[in-house]
Write a protein of this length. Structure first.
Length: 90
């Protein structure tokens, strides 16, 4: 079972790949907590198959697997892609 930090990170992950520091902000992690703690949470969630890691250049980005997690993506991101209705037209 995920600990509190892992649960916060899991709630913050969307389908859009983002850095560990962005996840830290989205999850509401206090500034005093280092990115290494969030990275450890991401690695633990990845080991359970709950999130995925993607390399973008020399950086690591984290995102959810749409087939295993409920939709937690912000509506603004869906709107940029045309939302569900845009996907239905394709």
């Amino acid at each position: 079972m995920p600990n509190d930090l892992e649960q916060a990170v899991l709630r913050a992950v969307t389908a859009e790949p983002v850095s560990t520091s962005v996840l830290k902000m989205r999850a509401g992690v206090p500034l005093r907590l280092r990115n290494a703690a969030v990275l450890a949470a991401c690695l633990a969630l990845e080991a359970r198959g709950l999130i995925r890691r993607t390399r973008v250049g020399s950086t690591t980005r984290w995102h959810r697997d749409d087939t295993t997690l409920p939709d937690t993506e912000p509506s603004t991101a869906r709107a940029r892609r045309g939302g569900e209705r845009g996907a239905a037209r394709a």
